[in-house]
Design a protein around this ligand. Structure first.
Ligand code: ADP
Length: 320
């Protein structure tokens, strides 16, 4: 293997830059050449790519987002689009591809490998942490720290005003951000899309706390479980209690990556290069029990990553 390419695809996440840096520098360390592809699969199709060197990734380890930029490409979902991408594989002499992104990007990479037999390695980068085959994906730790910071601030005003606050966080299909940030932030209730919840239980818990003299409460809701505004209305109807809603939105995607995410990204990016050099052809890197390992690419999307019930139950016990 002499020349590999790297791209970032799908939703961006903090730490993707650290992963790009690791891919580029580890590859150059081993004497490989690296092509950087801009705008994910869109740039792959449109030949928006060029060589990267040690300096191309200087001063990016601490930056959120991705210097290669990212995109969603409908065209890559068509065989015509992928055929155009393969023309560029031949034109640029690319012998292996590292795809940093979520499970959608991995799916695209897998199909591309099946059609054209080019080795592909997926590096999980998504704040949702919804990729099976890895305990952590790049960006998740930064995102939950952002949410916890928001909870801390809201807690100050919740205490001062003796109010209940509802914080709506990202996670259309995955409750990982809500669950882990809720646990770390000491939320009274955590609502996630993976588990049914009853608004009666939420209200009862609020009411119990209220009677006990608890002056404030925080409810964290993943956007895929319910809208914060709806929950607020339902609480008002059932209990008469006023609640305030904060929707965190896209600020959860940005920011300087935490040390954890930088370390994870550095290790995963380097591992991706090692896998390509060791003739792995359709794999992802993942963290399992603290170690960086290889798994078949399908591991990412064959089954939905289950929520950690032990953590969910613990959050319930600790917020009584
Ligand atoms: P993420 O990687 O964050 O899950 P998406 O699901 O939007 O984000 O996927 C990113 C891109 O991956 C899509 O825009 C598309 O180009 C490609 N992709 C996703 N699913 C497929 C598929 N079934 N076939 C080919 N390409 C796909």
């Amino acid at each position: 293997m002499q020349r590999i390419a790297v791209l970032t695809s799908g939703g961006d996440s903090p730490g993707m830059n650290a992963a790009i840096r690791a891919v580029v520098r580890k590859a150059i360390y081993h004497g490989l050449e690296v092509i950087g592809i801009q705008r994910g699969f869109s740039g792959f199709i449109e030949a928006d790519m060029g060589p990267m060197n040690l300096g191309s990734v200087a001063d990016i380890i601490h930056r959120g987002g991705t210097i290669l930029r990212t995109a969603r490409s409908e065209e890559f979902k068509t065989s015509r689009g992928r055929a155009r991408a393969f023309e560029n594989v031949e034109r640029y002499g690319i012998q292996g591809l590292v795809v940093i992104g979520g499970d959608g990007s991995f799916r695209g990479a897998e199909i591309f490998h099946n059609e054209y037999n080019i080795p592909v390695i997926g590096v999980p980068g998504t704040i949702d942490n919804d990729i099976s085959g890895t305990e952590y994906s790049i960006g998740f730790d930064t995102a939950i720290n952002t949410v916890v910071e928001a909870i801390n601030k809201i807690r100050d005003t919740a205490t001062s005003h003796e109010r209940t606050f509802i914080l709506e966080v990202m996670g259309r299909e995955s409750g990982y951000i809500a669950l882990m940030a809720g646990l770390a932030g000491g939320a009274e209730s955590i609502l996630i899309p993976e588990l049914n919840f009853s608004i009666n239980d939420v209200c009862e818990k609020l009411y119990r706390g209220y009677k006990r003299g608890k002056l404030h409460s925080i409810i964290v809701v993943a956007e895929g479980a319910a809208s914060g505004i709806d929950i607020s209305k339902q609480i008002k109807e059932q209990t008469g209690l006023e609640t305030k809603v904060t929707i965190l939105g896209h600020l959860q995607r940005g920011g300087t990556p935490t040390a954890f995410d930088r370390i994870l990204a550095s290790r995963m990016g380097a591992k991706a290069v090692e896998l390509l050099m060791s003739s792995y052809v359709k794999h992802m890197v993942g963290m399992v029990e603290g170690r960086i390992v290889a798994a078949p690419l399908e591991a990412a999307f064959e089954e939905k990553k289950p929520i950690d019930l032990e953590v969910y139950n613990l959050a319930g016990i600790l917020s009584i």
